[in-house]
Design a protein around this ligand. Structure first.
Ligand code: PA5
Length: 415
């Protein structure tokens, strides 16, 4: 992975002004002395071989006895798995992992049930707290469906629970019913949990090589361990310098549709980690070149509060040669590689946006595979922790999420 940025927007002097803040942030993460330090379990990736074996066995059983695994979870309890599965499986391949419990739409549940139809399915309900409303509702509906289809005893064998090791409604039910259960570590919050069973079970069911993913992440962990010469820290610094200069919206840009959900994961990671105490950069995303024909207009000429971070995937899995064009207006495309054209669109857009006062950071990876995805996940997590501490917030809580719940519970008559 390589981090590239235009130093016309951020000078070395501005970067070095933050060096003390970065050192403090680094010490807080390493020594566990900052706000939210109970939630730093993700910093040192742990790979419990026995647990991973049990998880792989569960994934193999699900692949054998089910056409679909319905993953029930919201926020950090589903976005990481979805991001990895979408990025690493072909766009038009019908996925064997479906998602529910991330909204409360009756039509969505109905569509899902109709889609599953008579086929065999299992459920992986994921909730660290075990009490979140959206997954709780989806679980009760889908569990009933399983019981109707297979009977209570057989249904039990198709329910996999990922939750806290001792607390919560879900844990109590799992113990009572004997569901196979995986643990969300106490010291890892939802949005930092993709490399735990939260993400790994669904990812393994989708046929993605979780060892490769973990290997990429562990290599990144070593690379971004030290204070100096650390690109994750440089990214965190650049964001904070740009914010100070009034760039309070960051758009994560991709030129690979398979990365759409990676951006959704990234938005949650940064939005929930930094958006508090009246501070933070608003994280947004675009899928290009699609969105160059929609939001591209705003980015080029709208309010100048934006900077962009582009994920540049150097090589596709397969490239195409564009056929020779008969029309002279299209002749410039003749025999070019599609990847080259896609990259020229990216280079051209970066140039145009930079000229339009939209600073650019580029994160270049060689290709979309397990190794690079694992690496990127760790890179963004580490940068997020550091960035949040530089900003002066607790990057590991999300008190603002409670506000809508309180109002909703009042309206629903919850005591
Ligand atoms: O990052 C977070 O902590 C949140 O987004 C949670 O993942 C989300 O609210 C779901 O919580 P839970 O897993 O407790 O159901």
């Amino acid at each position: 992975m390589e981090l590239i940025y235009e130093n016309s927007f951020v000078t070395d002097k501005e970067i070095s002004k933050l060096s003390k803040a970065v050192e403090d942030a680094h010490n807080k993460l390493v020594n566990k002395t900052g706000a939210g330090s109970d939630f730093l379990g993700w910093v040192n990736l742990e790979y419990d071989k026995e647990e991973i074996e049990r998880l792989k066995n569960a994934a193999n059983k699900i692949r054998r006895d089910s056409d679909y695994l319905v993953v029930i979870g919201i926020g950090g309890s589903y976005l990481g798995a979805r991001a990895v599965i979408e990025a690493l499986t072909p766009s038009f391949k019908t996925k064997n992992v479906l998602f529910a419990g991330n909204n409360m739409s009756p039509d969505y549940i109905n569509d899902l049930l109709e889609f599953v139809g008579d086929r065999d399915f299992s459920i992986n309900v994921i909730s660290k707290s075990g009490t979140t409303t959206e997954p709780a509702i989806a679980f009760s509906i889908l569990k009933q469906k399983l019981i109707d289809k297979y009977g209570k005893d057989k249904a039990r064998e198709r329910i996999y629970v990922t939750t806290d090791k001792e607390k919560g409604v879900l844990k109590r039910e799992a113990t009572q019913e004997g569901y196979e259960t995986f643990i969300v570590p106490d010291n890892i919050g939802g949005r930092y949990s993709v490399l735990t069973p939260v993400g790994l079970l669904p990812i393994a069911v989708a046929g993605v090589n979780i060892d490769g993913l973990m290997y990429g992440a562990s290599q990144a962990m070593q690379k971004y361990e030290n204070l100096l010469d650390n690109e994750a820290y440089t990214y965190a610094i650049l964001r904070n310098v740009l914010l100070k200069k009034g760039k309070n919206m960051e758009i994560l840009v991709n030129y690979e549709p398979r990365l759409h959900y990676f951006s959704e994961w990234w938005k949650q990671l940064y939005g929930e980690s930094e958006g508090k105490d009246g501070k933070g950069i608003f994280p947004a995303s675009v899928d290009n070149t699609t969105d160059l024909h929609s939001l591209g207009q705003y980015i080029q000429e709208g309010q100048r509060m934006i900077f962009e971070t582009v994920i540049d995937v150097e090589n596709p899995n397969k490239d195409f040669k564009i056929p020779v064009q008969d029309d002279k207006d299209l002749d410039f495309l003749s025999s070019k590689s599609l990847n080259e054209v896609n990259h020229m669109a990216m280079e051209g857009t970066i140039k145009a946006h930079v000229a339009g006062n939209v600073p650019n950071i580029r994160i270049k990876i060689e290709k979309l595979d397990e190794f690079n995805l694992g690496w990127l996940i760790y890179f963004f997590e580490k940068a997020c922790g550091i960035s949040g501490y530089i900003l002066g917030v607790n990057p590991f809580n999300q008190p603002g999420v409670e506000a809508y719940k309180k109002e909703m519970f009042k309206l629903l008559g919850k005591e």
